[in-house]
Design a protein around this ligand. Structure first.
Ligand code: FAD
Length: 434
């Protein structure tokens, strides 16, 4: 039986394609990439463009991990906020890092356009909405993004916000016109096609079991084969931890689950509630993120992060109840798709990018902000390998650091519960508990 994508709104749109068969036997390639999400695919494309031979090994199917099942929001920045990044590396390096993430956004847009797939972009703009009163924090953020990073965000008063999002749960918002959203699984397929066209070799259903240093080269071992190569690129994220791929990298990450649902076709009912075609996310530490899809016909809504890997029963009902707290006018609706995915978080919430040992590279741990940053990370690592470029050293300050194993997992869960309580307190204080 072939490995299948999980059931999701995205996989339901995907046509059939042949599976790229499992690796059997021993091969040599200049580069071996482990993990067929955006990070591995982009690194592979950029290495092929620079004349390297590349084999990519994926345990399931290309795009099967977080890359093919996320919210689809493409925006600059990182899973960690810019305040914390500035505190860690200083303003000048924080500016360089932010600029790299902006280049990641441009990379995705350029790739879609270059592959004749610009129509995959389903909407533009990002509204960050606040569920409690008080404009100071948003105004400070607006000011900082303008002065430090040259990003102009529009501050939206309650009335302007209400004209687009028909709810009395939001008080203020910041609008950024730059981000956009897309079908991420379709994007993974586009990257795959480009990778193959450039001469890359892909083996799906090929789980990497171990990596061994072998003189000046590396040997990647799978159940029925092996690849010897000069450079290995590990792009396995949270699923790499589950697969026990390579302990020194796995130990730097906590797998954190998040959940998404897509409604039935709601049409006018939805447009009467959400009259905004871009991305929406609230400012809470563990908030909701959503967008309309299929030309505004369905609502795609994500939220509820947890380090528990089993899917909570009644997930669809839980998220639906949250939606109805915000938009009660939607009334009862059917949830057509509900799914979950794992994000890989390092302790610093920053990606692990760079050369860990001679010839062993990581491009991983993008957390919940991976659509632009995997593109950036893939390119940075490819330039590091092929051109000796040392941009990747900007990430030295963030890793690799042990993420705490099962105790770390409990700590992340406890922190999430604490943050949820803080969010509720702030809302209650502004007279909007819920
Ligand atoms: C539900 C959800 C919503 C999200 N929403 C957003 C969003 O809207 N915007 C945003 O920017 N980010 C979002 N993210 C985060 C984003 O999806 C990830 O950061 C990004 O996709 C990570 O890409 P990756 O290539 O590093 O990892 P993945 O896409 O997880 O790919 C890793 C791949 O490695 C493979 N693998 C693992 N171990 C092995 C092994 N031993 N051998 C071979 N292959 C192996 C896995 O099978 C997997 O396919 C979301 C994530 C989730 C889960």
């Amino acid at each position: 039986m072939h490995s299948e994508h999980i059931g999701s709104f995205y996989s339901a749109q995907l046509g059939d394609r042949r599976i790229h068969p499992e690796l059997v036997g021993g091969f040599h390639s200049q580069i071996g990439i482990v993990g067929g999400g955006f990070a591995g695919l982009t690194a592979g494309i950029e290495l092929l463009k620079r004349g390297r031979s590349v084999v990519l090994l994926e345990a399931e199917r290309i795009g099967w991990g977080a890359s093919g099942r996320n919210g689809g929001f493409v925006s600059a920045g990182f899973a960690e906020g810019m305040d914390a990044i500035e505190a860690a590396v200083g303003l000048e390096d924080a500016k360089k890092l932010y600029k790299l993430s902006q280049e990641g956004v441009s990379y995705v847009r350029r790739t879609l356009e270059g592959e004749g797939a610009a129509t995959l972009i389903e909407g533009h703009g990002w509204l960050k909405v606040q569920r409690h009163k008080g404009a100071d924090a948003l105004k400070r953020r607006q000011e900082k993004m303008a002065t430090h990073y040259g990003v102009d965000l529009d501050f939206w008063e309650t009335d302007q916000l209400k004209s687009k999002l028909k709810t009395d749960r939001y008080f203020h918002g910041l609008h950024n016109p730059e981000p956009f959203h897309m079908d991420p699984l379709a994007y993974a397929e586009i990257l795959l096609e480009k990778f193959l066209r450039l001469g890359g070799i892909v083996h799906e259903e090929t789980r990497v079991l171990s990596l061994k240093r072998n003189g000046a080269s590396w040997r990647i071992n799978t159940a029925h084969g092996c690849v010897s190569c000069e450079h290995v690129v590990l792009a396995t994220s949270a699923y790499g931890v589950l697969n026990q791929t390579y302990y020194p990298v796995d130990r730097t990450m906590q797998p954190v689950a998040t959940y998404v649902i897509a409604s039935e076709v709601l049409g006018e009912r939805l447009r009467g509630a959400v009259d905004f075609g871009g991305c929406v996310a609230d400012t809470r530490r563990a908030g909701d993120y959503y967008r309309t899809v299929e030309g505004g016909e369905r609502l795609l809504w994500g939220g509820r992060i947890t380090t528990r890997r089993s899917e909570p029963k009644r997930l669809a009902e839980l998220l639906k109840a949250q939606i109805l707290q915000i938009y009660p006018q939607l009334g009862d609706f059917r949830v057509d798709f509900a799914w979950s995915g794992l994000m890989g978080y390092s302790r610093t919430k920053m990606p692990l990018i760079g050369e860990l040992k001679p010839g062993l590279w990581a491009v991983t741990a993008f957390g919940g902000h991976g659509l632009s940053t995997t593109a950036m990370g893939g390119e940075v690592v490819a330039k590091g390998i092929a051109e000796g470029d040392d941009t990747w050293r900007l990430f030295n300050a963030f890793g690799p650091v042990w993420a705490g194993g099962s105790i770390g997992r409990l700590a992340v869960q406890a922190e999430y519960i604490r943050l949820q309580a803080l969010d509720r307190f702030e809302e209650a204080r502004s007279g909007r508990a819920g």
